[in-house]
Design a protein. Structure first.
Length: 139
């Protein structure tokens, strides 16, 4: 008679070891850090927007959207967004036609476009803050 040794099977042991692997722990730490970096400022913005003197309020919206010139700002924003979208579509189509099957010209173009947009937004915001404090920059 031959005795066969049975392996002890622990159903949760291998799964738990795989769950607590180094790779998964690194991913978990990075995900928690990103969530913290994203949610804390968002929570602060929501709190600053809706709480005034310890009470819930929508006064910030009344102040922001009751300002003179809001209609002009909206029209300018739409004009800029439609114009830049049309230009991006035309240039992107020309690049795709010129370099068929190549992705790098489009990637470079759209990356530069995003960078230029961020610089423009930052410059306009800085000028707006300077004008609000009575400081006018030379163009």
């Amino acid at each position: 008679m031959v005795a066969v040794a049975e392996r002890s099977v622990q159903p949760g042991g291998r799964a738990l070891r795989r769950l607590l692997s180094g790779r998964n722990l690194i991913v978990l730490v990075v995900a928690v850090a990103i969530a913290y970096l994203a949610l804390v400022p968002l929570g602060f913005l929501v709190w600053q927007t809706f709480v005034r003197d310890g009470h819930l309020s929508v006064a910030a919206f009344r102040d922001a959207y009751g300002a003179v010139g809001l209609g002009t700002m909206v029209v300018n924003s739409f004009a800029f967004s439609f114009g830049s979208s049309a230009l991006a579509i035309v240039i992107g189509t020309l690049l795709a036609h010129r370099y068929p099957g190549a992705w790098w010209p489009l990637a470079v173009f759209y990356s530069v476009l995003a960078g230029v947009s961020l610089v423009c937004i930052g410059t306009l915001e800085r000028r707006k803050r300077g004008a609000a404090h009575g400081v006018v920059e030379a163009a």
